[in-house]
Design a protein around this ligand. Structure first.
Ligand code: NAD
Ligand code: IPM
Ligand code: MN
Length: 373
């Protein structure tokens, strides 16, 4: 298969982890005989420094013409003056809006080898397997903003259509999992949350095979820590999803482990399968460790696996990458954030080796099956 992938390394550890993810995609391409081309573009602080804006027109145009986009991270102290006229994060938000990727999938699993790193008791972490579906292109992030010398506002606005499309996506995803949707809101206080909840209630009638529950966001923050294994698909609005998923990352052992896929409705311009998507680890630019070669690349590598699955329709290749990561988490090497000593490149190389080994096993199995048949 041919695929055009735009990379947006961004700032801080973004370039370090993106390079590792690209190396994995190159190995997959070589092993499975695909032709992936990579087009690196500017975003975030790097783009502000180069041309004064966080999402240059050329970057956006490249993303819109691509089959998928792989992003590292944006932001950092250099561009974080609260009075700055332009911020790196605006580039990412503009990109998500322009690509229309309203559904942000953030899967969480706790690897048994890392359970000891979590602040929670091990028994609470058994069988944790949650898919967060975060609304990504609406709410407070995109409402009208005002700022005067002595006051500021951020409007939170949701339309029924915006809520409905992401909630339907969550129900569809639940049908391929354990058929349980938890909708998180603040319906006891916020009007947008009451619209959210009544929309979920209406849509739930179309999915009688899926169990639905509603949870207020404040108690959900607590329940995620006390009984994380009782959730399957968790759907929520933009800001709540941002906060809950960083909290959830602590269960897995590190923010550096979690991937994400941001999906829209549109089909990719050149591929018949899959949909256009933006793929990024959920962590930020990690300025405290940037440039040291110690960032954990696994969130970025697992994001590349989601790219293979959701945009390119390459399920076997996605599974091969995930199995490789599973093996590296089980046997090491581990980066510093998960208790090891390995640098980014060492973890990357271990994943590359395991992807190669997995492909060899799959090929042998396939040949064998043909010989038998
Ligand atoms: P952060 O996610 O960058 O870092 C939080 C902590 O997690 C730090 O201690 C960091 O070292 C650690 N960490 C994060 N990723 C890691 C990795 N791959 N390996 C090892 N450790 C890792 O959050 P922050 O410090 O609050 O934000 C820094 C900047 O990143 C801000 O400008 C923020 O806006 C931006 N940010 C960008 C994105 C994105 O581009 N998608 C996401 C979140 C934050
Ligand atoms: C994330 C980040 C972004 C968000 C920022 C950098 C705009 O925290 O992807 O989780 O809040 O969505
Ligand atoms: Mn975040």
């Amino acid at each position: 298969m041919k695929a055009r992938i735009v990379t947006l390394p961004g700032d801080g550890v973004g370039p370090e982890v993106t390079a590792a993810a690209v190396a994995v995609l190159n190995t997959v391409a070589a092993r499975y005989e695909h032709a992936f081309t990579f087009d690196e573009q500017l975003i975030g602080g790097a783009a502000i420094d180069a041309c004064g804006e966080p999402l240059p027109a050329a970057s956006l145009a490249a993303c819109q013409a691509a089959d998928a986009v792989l992003l590292g991270a944006v932001g950092g102290p250099k561009w974080s003056d609260p009075n700055a006229p332009v911020r790196p994060e605006q580039g990412l938000l503009a990109l998500r809006a322009a690509l229309g990727v309203y559904a942000n999938l953030r899967p969480l699993q706790v690897h048994p080898a890392l359970a000891g790193l979590s602040p929670l008791k091990n028994e609470r972490l058994r069988n944790v397997d949650v898919l967060f579906v975060r609304e990504l292109t609406g709410g407070t992030y995109f409402g009208a903003k005002t700022r005067s010398a002595d006051a500021a506002t951020d409007e939170c606005r949701y339309t029924v259509a915006e809520i409905e499309r992401v909630v339907r996506r969550a129900f569809e995803l639940a049908r391929d999992r354990r058929r349980h949707v938890t909708s998180v809101d603040k319906a006891n206080v916020l009007e947008t949350s009451r619209l959210w909840r009544s929309t979920v209630q209406r849509i739930a009638a179309d999915y009688p095979d899926v169990k639905v529950e509603h949870q207020l966001v404040d108690s959900m923050a607590m329940l995620l820590l006390t009984r994380p294994n009782s959730y399957d698909v968790v759907v929520t609005e933009n800001l709540f999803g941002d906060i809950l998923t960083d909290e959830a990352a602590a269960l897995a052992g590190s923010l550096g482990l979690l991937p994400s896929a941001s999906l829209g409705p549109s089909a990719s311009p050149t591929l018949r399968t899959g949909s256009m998507g933006l793929y990024e680890p959920i962590h930020g630019s990690a300025p405290d460790i940037a440039g040291q070669g110690v960032a954990n690349p696994i969130g970025a590598i697992l994001s590349a696996a989601l790219l293979l699955r959701h945009s390119l329709g390459l399920e076997a290749e996605a599974t091969a990458v995930e199995s490789a990561v599973e093996q590296v988490l089980r046997y090491g090497p581990h980066s510093r954030d998960i208790g090891g000593q390995a640098g980014t490149d060492e973890v990357r190389d271990a994943v590359l080796d395991a992807v190669g080994a997995h492909a060899d096993t799959a090929a042998a199995f396939f040949c064998g099956a043909r010989a038998c048949g």
